[in-house]
Design a protein. Structure first.
Length: 330
């Protein structure tokens, strides 16, 4: 039996803004097992980044955990991250769970050299031994296949997007976290650089036995890196299963639509499918299935109650009352 390292229970996250409350994460139940790669996929605005930043408790000031638990199991103990105070969080972030934020371009302070950013991160987490940090930084930069001496003395603008992403990945490993969350790690990069980053993430996983959560709107990335996939729509998980289940036996019409929308080499541009309509307003949500307005399998019952996840196969869960009819996928 795989051991769980993280257990998210009935998590609700909201943002307050002038229009009202944005219900960005709604009732998420999700486990992460030791050593696994879990992909969170879904269109832009589905709540992926919110879920990631809630786990590490770095939500923007308008965001807050409304309800639920985030249980971290480490060092023989269990902790509820959602109850941590600032002091607890300093002990915890980057040492137990680290996150590589979206956009290698914007995560850096442009006026600080790479070394200063690395040292600042270490100091913020209570490690101020310069030579220790320097040595570890050099070895990690080498590990991510950068020239350490050159990179450590560079300003961010002197590095390419791919190099910056490598630096961020190296920094995230500084304090040897058990869980690494990567938000759209390849999105801003060209296709060849994407490939190299994917290879690097594979190597890290096999060398370090980390558990990873990576967030992507790109299904092909999930196909390459994930053991399990959670599909998010309007703040909720609508399908959860092994990577094989999700790609070969999808049972939610939304998952099916995402798969159909992946460009293939053989199909020309004209055949490229996109799911009609757009995601709902997360401030004024109607009852029922949130995907129903865009769903070709919709029935009147779909608009009554929001379906919950049911097990449709071993460790394969789907929130759709018509999942039996979506048996064959394509
Ligand atoms: P994803 O990462 O899947 O694209 P996000 O988690 O970024 O989705 O966003 C989920 C929802 O929360 C969206 O409707 C988005 O507009 C909203 N949101 C994200 N950040 C904020 C914020 N700082 N203030 C208000 N709403 C936000
Ligand atoms: Mg995002």
């Amino acid at each position: 039996m795989a051991r769980e390292i993280l257990n998210i229970e009935n998590l609700f996250v909201e943002y307050s803004n002038i229009r009202g409350k944005v219900k960005a994460v709604r009732g998420v139940n999700l486990k992460l097992y030791k050593g696994e790669n879990l992909a969170l996929i879904g269109e832009s605005g589905s709540g992926k980044t919110t879920l990631g930043t809630a786990i590490i408790r770095l939500l923007p000031s308008s965001g807050y955990i409304k309800d639920g638990k985030i249980i971290y199991k480490g060092n023989g103990n269990e902790y509820d991250i959602s109850k941590f105070n600032e002091k607890d969080l300093r002990q915890f972030r980057w040492k137990e769970i680290a996150m590589v934020f979206q956009s290698a371009l914007n995560s850096f302070n442009p006026v600080l050299k790479v070394w200063d950013q690395i040292y600042d991160t270490a100091k913020a987490h209570g490690i101020s031994n310069r030579s220790f940090v320097r040595e570890r930084a050099i070895s990690l930069l080498r590990y991510v296949q950068l020239d350490p001496e050159r990179v450590i003395n560079s300003y961010p603008h002197e590095l390419s997007g791919g190099m910056r992403q490598r630096v961020l990945i190296a920094m995230s490993l500084l304090l040897e976290p058990k869980i690494l969350i990567l938000d759209e790690p390849t999105t801003a990069l060209d296709i060849l650089t994407q490939r190299n980053i994917i290879e690097l993430l594979r190597t890290i996983k096999s060398d370090m036995g980390l558990s990873m959560i990576f967030i992507s709107h790109d299904l092909s990335l999930a196909a390459e890196l994930a053991d399990r996939v959670a599909v998010m729509y309007a703040g909720a998980i609508v399908e959860l299963g092994s990577v094989e289940d999700i790609f070969y036996r999808p049972r939610h019409p939304y998952t099916l639509g995402l798969i159909k929308a992946v460009p293939t080499v053989t199909a020309g541009f004209r055949e490229l499918y996109s799911i009609p309509g757009s995601p709902p307003d997360l401030i004024n949500l109607s009852p029922g299935c949130k995907f129903a307005p865009r769903c070709e399998y919709r029935r009147s019952e779909c608009e009554k109650d929001e379906p919950t996840l049911v097990e449709v196969g071993p460790d394969h869960f789907v929130a759709c009352i018509r999942h039996k009819e979506i048996n064959n996928g394509r």
